[in-house]
Design a binder for this molecule. Structure first.
Ligand code: HEM
Length: 291
């Protein structure tokens, strides 16, 4: 094990020797679950190739510009309608906010959104949330620190495997369907883009664009994007409720509105930047002095 101490040393390692320090640590349960495939828990060449592909695919599907913004705007409209249906009464918002975020990822990865009561979407969200809860449990932390000692006690381990298997079965079915109707000239989702790469990859013993890597990559994107984004959004809602004066400023800022709905769309005007910084700064918990 190498321990780095001090700002200059850490900066030197991460900036000047990024390649050497890029690998993730070996975490027993995650390595067993993923066999170090995909993006989140892989290392070396697989990680580099999957990361480069994912970033460029998301950029090609216009991360931050129109195409993805349209999907987000459409999802916002559905989410706002669901909120309105409660008629101003209090309700548990975590499920619907998480489902809305998952749905945006569904639409980028698979190509189309699903209804909030679609059983597949509901199972997907439940499986991921349940696994994230188990992964954060004290027993899993102990298992990851002393794997041989705690292997026998890890009862919930089975549930993690069942949830992951169910999710991966859905992803595998989707890949099989997408393969049948793949049009190289009309790539509609991240899965399509991966399948095109798969066709292009020259046969060699160290293939990266394999079905197994695709299944893990898709699961990773859901796991990484869903809870993180919905937690930030829910903190944002809470802070907006707690500080109505900020809510008023944001509400009255003259946004451009989407043509198809009355939902504000993001533009990098000074006020737009103010809203983004304020929202993210506050929601990510950096705005400590307002406590
Ligand atoms: C506000 C929301 C988000 C926060 C706070 C967040 C935070 C983070 C952080 C801190 C990491 C680095 C973890 C590490 O290196 O150990 C990370 C990695 C990652 N995030 Fe996010 N994330 C968010 C949204 C998303 C979304 C929406 C997606 C996908 C659609 C996503 C996909 C990923 C992936 C794939 C990685 C792994 C990258 C790699 O291994 O190179 N994240 N995220």
């Amino acid at each position: 094990m190498v321990v780095l101490s001090g700002y200059e040393t850490v900066k030197d390692a991460l900036v000047n020797h990024a390649e050497v320090f890029a690998d993730r640590p070996h975490i027993p349960l995650f390595s067993e679950l993923t066999k170090e495939k995909g993006l989140l828990f892989s290392n070396g060449d697989i990680w580099r190739v999957m990361r480069r592909f994912t970033f460029s695919a998301l950029r090609d599907f216009r991360m931050g510009s129109k195409m993805i913004e349209d999907k987000i705007t459409e999802e916002c409209r559905c989410l706002v309608n669901t909120f309105k249906a409660y008629g101003g009464k209090p309700f548990e918002n975590s499920t619907v906010v998480t489902t809305a975020v998952a749905n945006i990822i569904v639409s980028i990865v698979l190509g189309n959104r699903l209804d909030y009561d679609d059983p597949t979407l509901c199972r997907l969200v439940t499986n991921i949330r349940e696994n994230i809860r188990i992964i954060g449990s004290p027993m899993v932390q102990l298992y990851n620190t002393f794997p041989s000692l705690f292997r026998l006690f890890l009862g919930s381990n089975k549930e993690i495997y069942t949830n992951l298997a169910e999710m991966q079965e859905f992803v595998t079915k989707t890949i099989t369907n997408q393969k049948k109707k793949l049009d190289v000239n009309d790539q509609r989702s991240l899965i399509d883009a991966f399948l095109v790469k798969q066709k292009e990859e020259k046969p060699n013993p160290k293939l990266h664009f394999t079905d197994v890597n695709l299944v893990f990559l898709v699961s990773d994107i859901f796991a990484a994007g869903m809870e993180s984004t919905s937690t930030v959004l829910r903190w944002g809602l809470l802070l907006m409720a707690k500080y109505p004066e900020i809510q008023i400023i944001v509400t009255y800022i003259p946004h451009n509105h989407s043509k198809s709905s009355n939902i504000p769309v993001c533009h990098w005007s000074l006020l737009g930047i103010y809203c983004n910084v304020l929202f993210f700064h506050a929601a990510c918990g950096l705005n400590k002095k307002r406590d």
